[in-house]
Design a protein around this ligand. Structure first.
Ligand code: TMP
Length: 212
């Protein structure tokens, strides 16, 4: 049976890393074969593209170049890792996917959704995540949490207003895709965030067992 495709999204400082570990533990407890991966990245070529995208640079990166690089990495990642894994029956847990493109390049950089949708069609065809957990946090709080980390990357150097747009972009995606997306309040204490993630995973698990 084909595996399930789960993605995790959110703005800076929502606690993706800790919660991805929690989801991996959940999958292990369920004895599910799974692959954990990330975007941009996930293959040697796509990781090189990630470095190109995230390195701060003097040259102003034009929005179209940024968008195309995101989808170039995604094409390789899909071809080499995501599709074959799902096909073999593994679940794929991906730290960000195309919703990040709608949120960051679409809402954040003000690029047209129909343009992104065209690239999505070229690169993915009809493939979409089966479940997307959107970790949501007020921008100021997220940035405060993220500021404790090492050197900021090219995106982390953006202003608060950019992340407000990104956050609203994610909330709009959740509203438009209620069957696939679950918004988790990531400003809660970690135990409560993980309780909510567990509820979402168990509900998804139950419905996928029913249908499969
Ligand atoms: P992260 O893996 O540490 O979250 O960093 C990835 C950065 O790349 C993050 O700032 C969001 C950004 N990004 C986009 O702008 N568009 C995309 O499609 C993806 C996958 C990530």
């Amino acid at each position: 049976m084909r595996g399930k495709f789960i993605t995790i999204e959110g703005t800076e400082g929502v606690g993706k890393t800790t919660n991805i570990q929690f989801i991996q533990n959940w999958m292990q407890a369920k004895k599910l074969p799974f692959v954990a991966t990330r975007e941009p990245g996930g293959t040697p070529l796509a990781e090189q593209i990630r470095d190109l995208l995230l390195s701060p640079r003097d040259e102003l990166v034009c929005d179209t170049a940024e968008l195309l690089l995101m989808f170039a990495g995604r094409a390789q990642h899909l071809h080499q890792v995501i599709e074959p894994s799902l096909e073999e029956g593994a679940w794929v847990l991906c730290d960000r996917f195309t919703d990040a493109t709608y949120a960051y390049q679409g809402a954040g950089r003000n690029m047209r959704d129909d343009l992104i949708a065209e690239l999505e069609m070229i690169v993915q065809g009809s493939l979409r995540p089966d479940l997307t957990l959107i970790l949501d946090i007020p921008v100021e709080l997220g940035l405060k949490r993220a500021s404790d980390r090492s050197e900021p990357d090219r995106f982390e150097l953006e202003q608060t207003e950019f992340f407000e747009l990104v956050r609203n972009g994610y909330l709009k995606i959740a509203e438009q895709n209620p069957d696939r997306c679950v918004v988790i309040d990531a400003s809660q204490p970690l135990a409560d965030v993980q309780r909510d993630i567990n509820i979402a995973l168990e509900a998804f698990w139950f419905s996928s067992e029913e249908s499969g």
